[in-house]
Design a protein around this ligand. Structure first.
Ligand code: AMP
Ligand code: ZN
Length: 333
């Protein structure tokens, strides 16, 4: 490891090989903040007056992101979604709340089980039984779908301008790798670090940590004294994304900068070429009113993936409707 901080020549606490740099504590915090500011400015992610809703899982990335946005002066509330994953969810919620209390920030809390009638472990059980049936999804897919839907819905109902998530460089490189292996060009177009609200019912989505690697975000939290959930979700064990991360880490080991170049090449050059691939025609879900993909058959009533999945898990009768709010709007202290 180089002996001196690249910026101030002070004592090094961390090396960032892909930038051929090493930093002392203060300069590393400065470096991470600069990467986030650069992402925000380059893609016009946030305006100074925006009301930002940061989706926080209690992990290093999202709590680190919330801390960074507050330090940068943004009006940022947190949103924690209780997914019902036993002690893991309890600890995640407690650490998110503890962070909010320590920073005097507002945490909005929603709960899948009490508000939607299912938990992710239940969806995992149903997934095992119904994997082969039409519409059956794995628990990670149900979790991702539930989060995307509820982030948008809670932000819309709470009058927020933008939803920020803690996806870091490693997350984004792994997702891009998976999408590339399938040449899933529509998903590649939609994973861009900023997605504008292109029609009413959609809230802008941003990923201000896409330039920060996983180990850098962990180091940031440790250096800033942010207590986060270290354990992985007990349901992800060996999932595809984790395997892709391992593969990319092996390539990174042999050639530092691989992940960075792969992801930044997409953001800076390929994404513009892929934009035309996201051609989904949109419509309003006939059950919940949220934006969804229009069905191929124009005679068919549009039903969003969230309403379809929820109906499969808790039954058609309780699948909601315009008069029964899907989200009850319970805010934390
Ligand atoms: P994941 O889908 O677990 O990789 O998480 C991606 C991002 O989604 C995190 O960085 C958070 O911003 C957000 N997120 C994950 N889990 C939750 C949760 N339970 N509540 C709120 N936001 C979450
Ligand atoms: Zn719906």
């Amino acid at each position: 490891m180089p002996m001196r901080c690249k910026r101030c020549r002070g004592k090094v606490v961390i090396e960032v090989r892909r930038h051929n740099a090493a930093f002392c504590r203060d300069c590393f915090v400065h470096y991470v903040r600069q990467q986030v500011s650069r992402a925000i400015a380059k893609h016009r992610m946030l305006a100074p007056t925006d009301r930002v809703l940061v989706a926080v899982s209690g992990g290093k990335d999202s709590l680190g992101l919330w801390d960074l946005l507050l330090d940068l002066g943004y009006q940022a509330d947190g949103l924690y979604l209780g997914l019902g994953i036993g002690g893991y969810s309890d600890r995640s919620k407690d650490l998110s709340q503890a962070f909010a209390d320590a920073r005097g920030a507002k945490l909005v809390v929603h709960d899948l089980e009490s508000e939607q009638g299912y938990t992710i472990p239940e969806a995992a059980g149903a997934g095992r039984l119904k994997r082969a049936s039409p519409g059956g999804r794995s628990s990670c897919a149900v979790c991702g779908l539930s989060k995307r839907y509820l982030f948008n819905r809670v932000a819309l109902e709470g009058g927020y301008d933008v939803v920020a998530t803690g996806h870091n460089l490693d997350d984004e490189a792994a997702v891009l790798f998976a999408n590339t292996l399938r040449w899933d060009t529509a998903s590649m177009a939609r994973q861009f670090p900023v997605l504008e609200a292109t029609r009413p019912g959609l809230v802008k989505k941003v990923k201000p940590l896409y330039r920060v690697a996983e180990r850098e975000s962990a180091a940031y939290c440790v250096l800033k004294g942010i207590d986060y959930v270290v354990e992985e979700c007990p349901l992800v064990g060996g999932n595809t994304q984790m395997r892709h991360k391992e593969t990319l880490n092996q390539m990174e080991e042999a050639s530092p900068g691989t992940k960075h170049n792969f992801l930044f090449g997409y953001v800076d050059r390929a994404a513009a070429l892929l934009r035309a691939a996201d051609v989904a025609e949109l419509a309003e879900c006939s059950r919940c009113g949220m934006v969804t993909q229009a069905p191929d058959d124009p005679a068919e009533a549009p039903v969003c993936a969230f309403c379809r999945t929820r109906a499969r898990l808790v039954g058609e009768a309780s699948s909601g409707g315009r008069t029964l709010p899907v989200v009850s709007g319970r805010a934390g202290p």
